[in-house]
Design a protein around this ligand. Sequence first.
Ligand code: NAD
Ligand code: ZN
Length: 361
Amino acid sequence: EHEIVRVQLSERSYDIAIGAGIIDTAPPFFSARAKISHAVLVTDDQVRPLYADRIAAACAASGMRTTLLSVPAGETSKSIAMADQLWNQCLAEGADRKTVVIAVGGGVIGDLAGFIAATFARGLSFFQVPTTLLAQVDSSVGGKVGVNLPTAKNMVGAFWQPQGVLIDVDVLATLPEREYRAGMAEVVKYGVILDPDFFAYLEANVASIQLRDRKVLTQVIARCCQLKADVVQADERETTGLRAVLNYGHTFCHAFEATCGYGQLLHGEAVSIGMLCASRLAESLGRISPDVTQRQRKLLSALGLPTVPPQVDIDLVMTAMQRDKKVEHGKLQFVLPTKLGMVELVGDVPVKLAKQAINDG
Ligand code: NAD
Ligand code: ZN
């Protein structure tokens, strides 16, 4: 019992398969979509013993020449230094233009392995097996791959679409509770920006979500992938501005992330707080009624997510926000709800109101 989301791009289309226990079908899933003489699996040290070893063994058993490359877990591996190491390991393993790269891990591994695929020998075919909730509903869809520079996240990269994405909801069983909850913030985001019925479905299924029910997770993740695929299809390379809706809550989020000490706040936690700030801002601009914010707060808090801004110097937060790339000519720009399931890009927002939206939290 699994779901398929088809991502239809101008050049070609590919499938995202979502189901429980679906990684057991990894080798046929790959070979149905690419001719694989040599598979290079890229993973991290935490995911390798849990899942990547098993997938590598299954690939080898199905007759593929298989190489498994592992990097230390964590954001610091998303670097040019690590890409350099992987390029050289690929070369040493005899990788050539027919080698296929398979990312097995969270968003860090998807972005890094995808970057290797986009660049080695001018581009290799690529698959994703995302293993965190965030990677399953967000980073594995959309084709953005890349690495960080020391002072600029995601600064070097490419658009590089996979041949296929394989999402096994059962791997979420080993995800730490806090990572799991944080991923749910992005799930809630899709409901707020695009789909009021999905938002209501989440409200009605909080208990099953907390229990990591595999049937509910399959539905939830498939819906998120479909919603993100719809946005990506309409704006493949982030040129029309349509992809901006995905940034709901993220201007506040990035400012909190920049001012809180590293590791204090997970990305999804900052998204949760950021969405509520954006929603209060929309209220103060007279764009929505308070109950839209209220429903988000209730759902996010039921899912165990933080709803109150962190105790940091508000002026530092505002400075960070004005430095953010989404701020143009000193005016603040936000993605704000107009009702549940719909957002709009709003420019010329007074700094004072943005600050108030944080202080009121
Ligand atoms: P991550 O890849 O670092 O994974 C988080 C931790 O969970 C790691 O320690 C990992 O080893 C561990 N882990 C992964 N799967 C596990 C499992 N099933 N069981 C137990 N542990 C597991 O972080 P992430 O949150 O998945 O991704 C964050 C990255 O994604 C950031 O670098 C961000 O920039 C990127 N991102 C990219 C896009 C995009 O469009 N390309 C979108 C959003 C985020
Ligand atoms: Zn995000």
